[in-house]
Design a protein around this ligand. Structure first.
Ligand SMILES: NC(=O)c1ccc[n+]([C@@H]2O[C@H](COP(=O)([O-])OP(=O)(O)OC[C@H]3O[C@@H](n4cnc5c(N)ncnc54)[C@H](OP(=O)(O)O)[C@@H]3O)[C@@H](O)[C@H]2O)c1
Length: 229
């Protein structure tokens, strides 16, 4: 049987790279996109790799190339993300627009470009790496990022509604701090106590492998006693 195919954005680092490692080890074929395509090719020599910049709206080119290469797409995992830690009054339009593009608009375009093969799969899976910042606003500085992550959670629910009768299931994974460059830039919380990328990757595996009638809409992931809402 041909192995299932997953597209993963943001696989050049952090959570996305861990997800790619876990799915590859499980036998999935991978199509990976990021700006640092050299890192993708080096770390995943067997994967289909494309240069992808979420700011350039080139997701359809990536999806078409993956379809030409594999002939199928069974899962789309949206891990590319950006955070500007500024409150809604001080943030500049360009900074906020960049987060909207990378955290919301680009995932939407990527899922849209993969819609036909996801439906053909019968068990198409979408996973959006959202955030607990998609559920609550922790501080003024976290609020602009939280605006985009609330939208990312809504995107996941919208995909879930639209795709249900086609066998497509979407899951929003909502972690607190995960030990990556992104988190280390904005907090003094000890890296060793943050959730690990490997543990988030395990949750992505659970979401993509769950049967159509045991689908998780949201997964909250805590590394401390923080608020969910
Ligand atoms: N770390 C946390 O504490 C945490 C918590 C909750 C949710 N999240 C979310 O989880 C996801 C992964 O975060 P992470 O911590 O793994 O972040 P990370 O280590 O900073 O990695 C971010 C990834 O996004 C890609 N990316 C950034 N800008 C891009 C662009 N313009 N076009 C295409 N790709 C781009 C990067 O690839 P290139 O630089 O190669 O393009 C990189 O692979 C994000 O959506 C983040 O918001 C993270």
């Amino acid at each position: 049987m041909t192995s299932k195919v997953a597209l993963i954005s943001g696989a050049s680092g952090g959570i996305g790279a861990a997800v790619a490692q876990h799915l590859q080890a499980e036998g999935w074929s991978l199509s990976l996109g990021a700006r640092r395509e050299d890192a993708l090719s080096k770390n995943f020599p067997e994967a289909h790799v494309v240069h992808q910049d979420a700011m350039k709206a080139d997701e359809a080119t990536w999806a078409n190339s993956a379809i030409d290469h594999f002939g199928r797409i069974d899962a789309v995992i949206c891990s590319a993300g950006a955070m500007v830690a500024r409150d809604p009054i001080e943030i500049e339009d360009a900074e906020l627009n960049q987060m909207w593009e990378i955290n919301v608009n680009s995932p939407r375009r990527l899922i849209k470009a993969c819609w036909t093969p996801l439906a053909a799969s019968g068990t198409g899976r979408v996973v959006i790496l959202a955030s607990l910042s998609g559920k609550r606003v922790r501080s003024p500085k976290a609020a602009s990022y939280a605006m985009t992550k609330h939208a990312a959670v809504a995107l996941s629910h919208g995909i879930r509604k639209k795709g249900w009768d086609l066998g497509i299931r979407s899951t929003a994974i909502c972690p607190g701090f995960v030990d990556t460059e992104m988190a280390r830039k904005v907090t003094d919380f000890p890296a060793s106590e943050m959730t690990s990328c490997a543990d988030v990757a395990t949750m992505v595996r659970l979401a993509v492998n769950a049967p159509n009638n045991a689908s998780m809409a949201e997964m909250f992931v805590n590394c401390s006693a923080e608020d969910q809402y």
